[in-house]
Unconditional design. Structure first.
Length: 201
């Protein structure tokens, strides 16, 4: 075997191991729950259908509601903009759902502009800074938890995660999302989340 082939083989082995480590991290963090008292519970947006939460978004909202009812924070921040032609944003749909289940309006703040996780969390950080708040408990799907927490921490927030356990994503779909998230996290460790977002938007 030539020296070049050995080097290529070594690099491929290292890359495979690095990828496996990141997949394991995404899975492990998604299985954990850091629920605790914080300044705000942040519900990351996902698809809505003309003002009605998708099953995936509803699972996140139901979990956030349970955390709010436990008294872990007096404030819930809903996030997410809309697609062209949509009448409602993800944040507005989420806020209306929470209002319908008796969360008072004064306990809900909407972030209606973000089209990516990082954009939404930048807006959340600005909302928090304006209110003199610092710590967040992020509610999302298990596969999305590690990247969300890392982005929030990168933006200067004190961030914890509490993934929903009722997400409709199961089986091969969940595995695919875990692998894709792991790839994103792996690249972001090398180039940063801001650069990764610029490359993938």
């Amino acid at each position: 075997m030539s020296r070049f082939a050995r080097v290529v083989g070594l690099l491929m082995t290292i890359s495979l191991m690095y990828g496996c480590v990141n997949v394991a991290q995404v899975w492990w963090v998604g299985k954990s729950d850091q629920a605790r008292a914080v300044d705000a519970i942040v519900v990351l947006g996902v698809a809505q259908y003309d003002g009605r939460p998708s099953p995936q978004l509803q699972a996140r909202l139901d979990h956030a509601l349970a955390l709010w009812q436990e008294g872990l924070s007096p404030l819930v921040i809903t996030t997410g903009g809309n697609q062209p032609g949509d009448r409602f944003t993800e944040a507005e749909t989420s806020a209306n759902y929470l209002l319908d289940v008796a969360v008072p309006a004064e306990s809900i703040v909407q972030e209606n502009s973000g089209s990516t996780t990082r954009e939404s969390l930048i807006a959340v950080r600005n909302i928090m800074q304006d209110r003199g708040l610092h710590s967040v408990l992020i509610v999302t799907d298990p596969y999305h938890s590690l990247r969300s927490r890392l982005i929030a921490q990168d933006l200067g927030l004190v961030a914890y995660i509490s993934p929903t356990r009722t997400s409709p994503l199961r089986g091969a779909s969940a595995v695919s999302r875990h692998v894709r998230e792991a790839l994103g996290v792996a690249v972001a460790h090398l180039i940063g989340f801001a650069n990764l977002e610029r490359l993938t938007k």
